[in-house]
Design a protein around this ligand. Structure first.
Ligand SMILES: [Ca+2]
Length: 248
């Protein structure tokens, strides 16, 4: 009888120890799992995702008209050939450009051709003028002109009471000494005539003005294209105005 009881106690003890061992084992396993989770570091992929910043689309900037005036500062042009930027507090923006190559009176030397791009927000006609200057020592009509052309044949002259489409470069000229002077007109040779220079932009968009060197030491401060105002108003209002750049 006593032996049977001892056996029961032994069996109970073994079961108790087994259970205790099992509980401790499970608990340890859980601790281990938690420890792994806590110490786990993000993978490289996760890091990259967190560090990447949204890339903003690049803004495009363009020259635009404002209050009826499209101002193109000569010193902003992408110069080619023997044109150079010079500084003078009398110039709009404190700078102008000078042609220091040879005269090219009979044809365009495209080595000295400049292309100027700008934006026109609505279809309109503009009058083409500029602020230019001859050097102090220039005689008469020396150093006072360039070749000028609007690609797409959108430039016009007024000859013999008719509108004439300008299909290639023409001479654009005026005079001015000491101060940069507002002005500019076409000097046409076939037939010989003088005319104001107008340009008709048929629709909104980007357009180009081409200027090619003609006379040595010619100085250009800025181009002035005006629309919806008289020439006198354009002259009065453009003196102290510089170009308008819009980025979007
Ligand atoms: Ca200027």
């Amino acid at each position: 009888m006593i032996k049977t009881d001892l056996n029961k106690i032994k069996a109970s003890s073994i079961i108790f120890i087994f259970c205790l061992f099992s509980i401790v084992s499970i608990s340890c396993s859980e601790d281990k799992a938690e420890a792994i989770e806590e110490t786990e570091t993000p993978t490289d992929d996760t890091k990259q995702e967190e560090e990447e910043e949204p890339v903003e689309p690049e803004k495009k900037c363009s020259l635009n008209p404002k209050d009826g005036l499209l101002i193109l500062e000569a010193e902003s042009f992408d110069l080619k050939g023997k044109w150079r930027i010079k500084e003078d507090e009398k110039a709009s923006g404190g700078k102008y450009i000078e042609y220091y190559g040879y005269n090219s009176y009979n044809a365009q030397n495209l080595d000295h051709e400049i292309s100027i791009k700008f934006n026109i927000p609505e279809a309109k006609n503009y009058l083409v003028k500029w602020y230019m200057r001859q050097p102090d020592h220039a005689e008469g009509d020396k150093s006072n002109d360039v070749w000028m052309y609007f690609p797409g044949n959108i430039g016009y002259a007024w000859v013999n009471n008719e509108s004439v489409v300008l299909e290639h470069y023409e001479k654009f000229v005026s005079r001015g000494k000491v101060e940069f002077t507002y002005g500019g007109a076409l000097d046409l040779h076939n037939p010989k005539s003088s005319s104001w220079f107008t340009v008709r932009f048929p629709e909104p968009g980007e357009y180009t003005l081409k200027i090619c060197a003609r006379s040595e030491e010619f100085q250009l401060d800025k181009m002035v294209l005006s629309s919806g105002i008289t020439n006198d108003e354009a002259m009065a209002q453009s003196k102290d105005v510089t170009e308008t750049i819009i980025c979007e």
